[in-house]
Design a protein around this ligand. Sequence first.
Ligand code: AMP
Ligand code: ZN
Length: 116
Amino acid sequence: MHTEPDCLFCRIATGELSADRVLETEDVVAFRDINPQAPTHVLVIPREHVSSLDAAEPRHAETIGKLHLAAKRIAAEAGIQGGWRAVINVGADAGQTVFHVHLHLLGGRPLAWPPG
Ligand code: AMP
Ligand code: ZN
């Protein structure tokens, strides 16, 4: 499995860097965002380094699905009522700042649409 030694989220995935982890499976790791934008703000990442959804290939399909199913499980365990949001920022113009694909799980407050 491909990892990048200089990638922040690869280093969290391996445990080299600490994070407030909420879920770990064979394929994905989830941890609380360091700068939360909602009462529940969790990042779900694949253990494998994929820089962006733009870089994903068909072989990543199952892993990308697992990011979403992990978010569903975390939202349920957090007891979020009334709905939550899954966001993947793709590329700099969309606000992507960490180039290891990650799903934002946001919940616990009303969420406006469209996002900024
Ligand atoms: P994005 O802007 O979509 O690339 O999201 C990157 C997210 O990673 C931001 O919401 C940051 O607050 C968050 N973040 C950056 N460094 C860390 C860290 N060490 N632990 C947890 N979250 C982080
Ligand atoms: Zn990485």
